[in-house]
Ligand binder design. Sequence first.
Ligand SMILES: Nc1ncnc2c1ncn2[C@@H]1O[C@H](COP(=O)(O)OP(=O)(O)OP(=O)(O)O)[C@@H](O)[C@H]1O
Ligand SMILES: [Mg+2]
Length: 494
Amino acid sequence: MAQALLEMRHITKEFPGVRALSNVDFTLHAGEIHSLMGENGAGKSTLVKVLTGVYPRDGGTVFLNGKAINPKTPKDAQDCGISTVYQEVNLCSNLTVAENIFIGREPRKFGMIDWKTINQRAAELLAKLDVHIDVTKTLDNYSVALQQMIAIARAVDVDAKILILDEPTSSLNEEETAHLFKIMRQLQKQGLGIIFISHFLDQIYEICDHITVLRNGELVGAYETAKLPRLELIAKMVGKDLNEVKDMDNFAEKSVPSDEVFLDAKGIGAVGKLNEVDVQIHKGEVIGFAGLLGSGRTETAELLFGINESNKGSLSINGKKLHLKKIGFCPEDRKLSGIIGDLSVRENIILAMQAKDGILRHIPYEEQVKIADDCIKLLRIKVSSREQLVKNLSGGNQQKVIIARWLATQPDLLILDEPTRGIDVGTKTEIQKMAISLAKKKGMAVVFISSEMDEMVRTCTKLVVMRDRRKVAELTGSDISSDGVMKAIAGGAA
Ligand SMILES: Nc1ncnc2c1ncn2[C@@H]1O[C@H](COP(=O)(O)OP(=O)(O)OP(=O)(O)O)[C@@H](O)[C@H]1O
Ligand SMILES: [Mg+2]
């Protein structure tokens, strides 16, 4: 057997109150695409950060091509040939594409930065990845997907042997993901070892040769993807046996909406953003907005919430004009519009309630504790304590805190925009069940927006299909199916 490119042995990492990794082994070969899988908080990102010198490890050894290495900073790791692209692209948006690729290692001529060479080399490098853009424009001109490609170009140009991608696809559409996969395969052929982290099982099975599973900071095992059926993978991730996992998918019956109309939007729209849309939401209904990225799903949700003044149309709730405080909106982008890293889990959860009640009404500490603890239990948020700072939670658990925040306000209408993005498979099902049960038991009206058709189909009682910023179909009952939605998106249905 060929010598491994990377061997991590007995890796241990502790944070105050948490053992994030205990005695973990991980092996990566050249020319391999290897996934790290596990529930939110299992330790995937921590393993990567220990490898790349972001955190010092508390124990264990790391070998690169058989030689022990000990990178203390990401720069050290990069000098060893280990490059990382994180989900939140860490480039500078006000520098040009070329500057971003060469920052810190600019080629010079007679002591001066050689811009001509920089621009030319950047363009060549991107062309190899099949990206053809103007490299002299600033980064903020380009989509997140392109920015990620640029980060990859930078990462592989520094003579990388190992490329690490930690949830790179969570904000990419299908086409962009396909492009990324093409690049990954190309780099794989060149002999790079690639570590790929994602919660999308389809993607794992499409692109990865090997899977290493972590649970609660411990190694469960390493497997060949082809020999590990999906249900077994899930069972290993959640630590249950196969039959229990099969039960997880045994789905809760959908809610039955009442006849009572809760929200009635007529002809709402905003010039250039959304063409007039009619939407009625009944009490106890889980309504979904389906459609491709950019089809107007989020815009519609925002108009319902009133973030963007509806330029057109009317919005009434219980027959009366919109009353904002009754709606909870859980936004799509957790980094931009939600989490406050330096506040505790409890404080983050209480935030929306506090805003709703007015800052003058103090919520007694005991009440805050009870609400926070209930949410932590319900959503299985992995924390060492409710007073832990949110920035120290794993990515998926931060997402859960935002959902908790809106749940705590007990709204009449809850808008969940991509609530399961970055959430592990087990909890995904829990969140879908939660949406159904809120509608059933509390008669709440729930808006559920997701790019994953399966979860919309199994959760929603009504699907509004959007295309090109207008509503093209409304499906209910047994008409709700992936097929039906796809047809409507493609223009096959009225
Ligand atoms: N800087 C930190 N301080 C304290 N605890 C931390 C810190 N970083 C991570 N942890 C804890 O370590 C554990 C593992 O977190 P990690 O981010 O590695 O999870 P993950 O597997 O990447 O999860 P996700 O799928 O949600 O991204 C979690 O319990 C987390 O709260
Ligand atoms: Mg992570």
